[in-house]
Design a protein. Structure first.
Length: 115
């Protein structure tokens, strides 16, 4: 299994941008489905985006057109470029690696969108 560490969170004004990165260690990274999830205070964790080993990409409707997921298998990283951020994007963002039946999560990185 892979171990995951997220980075890149912070405070940004509405309309701004942030780029999150998830670094993986361990073998077989290129075979994993990589995903980003988020959890806002008092809410359940929700799926944001995913990128398969075959480069199939899917986004939640709430972020479609604003967020872009990408991966670099050589560097074992998956990024989430977030543009046109809104206050409702405020959450802890988590990276997830899935290769059935295994799944790993990172520790999360805080994103706060506020003026």
């Amino acid at each position: 299994q892979v171990q995951l560490v997220e980075s890149g969170g912070g405070l940004v004004q509405p309309g701004g941008s942030l780029r999150l990165s998830c670094a993986a260690s361990g073998s077989g990274f290129s075979h994993y489905v990589m995903g980003w999830y988020r959890q806002a205070p008092g809410k359940q964790r929700e799926w944001v985006a995913e990128l398969s080993s075959g480069n199939t990409i899917n986004y939640a409707d709430s972020v479609k057109g604003r967020f872009t997921i990408s991966r670099d298998n050589a560097k074992k990283t998956v990024d989430l470029q977030m543009n046109s951020l809104k206050p409702e994007d405020t959450a802890v963002y988590y990276c997830r690696a899935t290769l059935e039946p295994y799944s790993s999560w990172g520790q999360g990185t805080q994103v706060t969108v506020s003026s």
